[in-house]
Design a protein around this ligand. Structure first.
Ligand code: HEC
Length: 142
């Protein structure tokens, strides 16, 4: 393969990976960033749920606290109805605002209910949390 072609392919891969960073609207960027932080905290708990040997009480408590705090910020992050070609938010978010915010509250409740005191507590709580992500993404994320 000619080096020129390889460069092109690498560029295409990189573009795909950072597609979300293309959002220009500052509100949309901020809410995407918030979701990334939610994903990160969920990933910490998810890994412990899958591999109990990696359980750390300190990390589990920090991730739980981050999720409680971040999920509480979801309504405010979407409130201004910002749009951007790179956004994956469905217009239904604002058409069904009460339901959307209820789903944010459901995630917050699930995070609050998670027992970070043991690996099995994390695993049980993660099922509720995972369900709460999906319950909102299915109707409201394109
Ligand atoms: C109340 C609704 C709601 C809940 C609950 C929710 N999300 Fe989201 N999420 C959205 C919406 C809407 C978008 C699309 C935002 C956009 O592109 O403007 C999104 C986007 C994302 C993205 C993509 C961010 C990007 O860079 O574009 C990730 C990752 C994500 N969510 C992870 C999660 C995880 C993990 C959970 C559960 C712990 C979760 N979300 C819970 C509504 C929600």
């Amino acid at each position: 393969m000619k080096p020129r072609h390889l460069t092109l392919i690498l560029c295409l891969i990189a573009t795909g990976a950072i597609a979300h960073d293309k959002a220009k609207d500052p509100s949309v960027k901020a809410r995407m960033q918030m979701m990334k932080e939610i994903k990160q905290a969920t990933g910490v708990l998810g890994n412990m749920a899958k591999q109990p040997a990696t359980y750390s009480k300190t990390e589990a408590e920090a991730a739980r606290a981050a999720l409680v705090s971040l999920s509480g910020k979801i309504p405010a992050a979407f409130q201004d109805q910002a749009t951007d070609p790179a956004s994956e938010a469905s217009p239904k978010v604002w058409q069904n605002w009460a339901d959307f915010t209820a789903k944010a509250t459901a995630l917050k409740s699930a995070a609050q209910a998670l027992d970070a005191g043991s690996a099995s507590g994390v695993a049980t709580g993660m099922r509720q949390i995972g369900g709460a992500c999906g319950a909102c993404h299915k109707p409201y994320r394109l």
